[in-house]
Design a protein around this ligand. Sequence first.
Ligand code: SF4
Length: 696
Amino acid sequence: DSADFDSETESVCPFCGVGCKVSLKVKDGKIRYVEGINGPANEGRLCVKGRFGFDYIHHPHRLTKPLIRREDAPEKGLNVDPDELSGHFREATWDEAMTLAAKGLMALRADDPRRVAGFGSAKCTNEEAYLFQKLIRQGFGHNNVDHCTRLCHASSVSALMENVGSGAVTATFNEIENADVAIVIGANPIENHPVAATYFKQFTKRGGKLIVMDPRGVGMRRYAEEMLQFRPGTDVSMLNAIMHVIVEEELYDSQYIHRWTENWDAEKEHLRDFTPEKMAPLCGIEAEQIRRVARMFAGAKAGMIFWGMGVSQHIHGTDNSRCLISLALMTGNVGKLGAGLHPLRGQNNVQGASDAGLVPMFLPDYQPVADDAVRRVFTEIWNSEDFSGEKGLTVTEIMDAVHDGMIRGMYILGENPAMSDPDVEHARDALAKLDLLIVQDIFLTETANYADIILPASALYEKNGTVSNTNRQVQRVRPAVPPPGQAREDWQITVDLARRIGLNWEYGDVSEVFAEMKKTMASLDNITWERLERESVTYPSLSPDDPGQAVVFGDGFPREGGKARFTPASIIPPDETPDADYPMILTTGRQLEHWHTGSMTRRSKVLDAVEPEASCSLHPKTLRRLGVAPGEPVALTTRRGSIRIMARADRAIAEDMVFVPFAYVEAAANVLTNPALDPYGKIPEFKFAAVRVEKV
Ligand code: SF4
């Protein structure tokens, strides 16, 4: 009852890309209850994370004062107990910490501006992401700034940019209500996008046909008309075989192809070799099922394709997405109601942070850094000198450049590469090597363990600004409670630092940052701060009254000539394949209760009580073969390292696979993962590594 609370504030859930709108109920200065309200993506619904994952913001581990590493601190590393900080760090005033940070950054800049790189965060608002990329570009003159999109959908975006001309979804996930067939591939929405999954389930209840494709028997299979549990890493062979059937049986949409696409002849010719009979032994799906699925999707009046990181986190992630784009194009399934391409975004603002230019190759709205005219627009608005037109380094390349000695200082805002990077020991060694590491966060994360200066920041429910979800819906977030102690909003800290390194920044309020973004981002046309006070708006919005376009590209694509492109994809095997020493396949991901590196959800009482311990999933037959009972520990070893973790039985996983969630520092999955990169999106192969599993 409203009377039970002192205040109620509308904001957006901080976890996944669905972007559920919430009402935060506060009593005695603390959030006590979270309720789903009528946002465009959730219509009142929330999952367990949204409903119960809020008390971390009042956790005693919250950073409340700036910290500076003690001169006599032990060696940098994962050895700081959050309850015993004083042996490693001393408390400082904001002025002392910021002066030290600015001095350190300026000294490195004087040596060579490329000594400094930045990781921003998809946990921040659009305004914070915009300011962060501006700080690196204007303050250091280069583009070595990135964030976790690199580890998430970078390959999907590179394929979409190449073939469709835009990196965002072509239709909202809610459009599934107008579809009659939908594919969900390499995604586990029941655990990772639970509210989106409720729309998928409803779709099947009203007769929609769902096709699920995944090497794991993900929960969505229970609702599927067809479940294709293909061999890991064989997406291209399976998808090309499906498209081969569509070509062979002439099920494609000639009119659409002729009107809206290019390079069809090359695609058709390329697909000739990929017969289902030839591909079946590779992907492990019977030729007859491949034919059935091809006919089902091509026969749809309107079909949608959803994909997740099972598609993108491979060295052939861009090729996987190229296949999905080709499949949608050849069946005419882009640009009409109930049809489209939808990579399900991971973090709550990974779409917005990418849109705001927090990537090394693009300025806001995906305007290329290499384009002189584009840079001129920005330097005029920023009243600053030109910066490099060379694409910057990506997340994993920045870590390599630290090892090479080129980069010696980093400013990391809200990211946790000491847990989230592939081959994480390599990343941790890089962090330990830095001369200057400034970490801005709400907890002493594993990354902050390596910091020289720690700046206490705000959780999303303490912030003012905007975020953009997987559906391209721009929504306001508002502070329900103030940050604890002396902690500040991230945008204020970045502005303070920018001014101290000599930049001409004058922002009185976060709405002024949004106003500046509008000058550089056509996607925000007709979306004003005032409108966002009242409503969420999907971009593009065609007029001040238009709630925004749920479906785009009905009248052409933002590419030269207005046409989308077919880019044929060939089979590229995973970077490493199982052998006698490492006979099984490791795949990693998230689970329903925990979020990414666990810093928030493992400090949320209910979520931590439900999933308190790290566990890996193995098939019961594999467990029997190993002589391991569920609940007993196993050792997992790859060419990068080894972890010990509890085994759990899971019939949905193939007998030669093991699944490990990456939220647990005591059994960090990324000690094991392979840093090999997709050459286009520069995304690591988190979803495939050769591994040995042993009883301990
Ligand atoms: Fe939050 Fe995603 Fe759950 Fe919605 S579905 S409540 S955005 S975690």
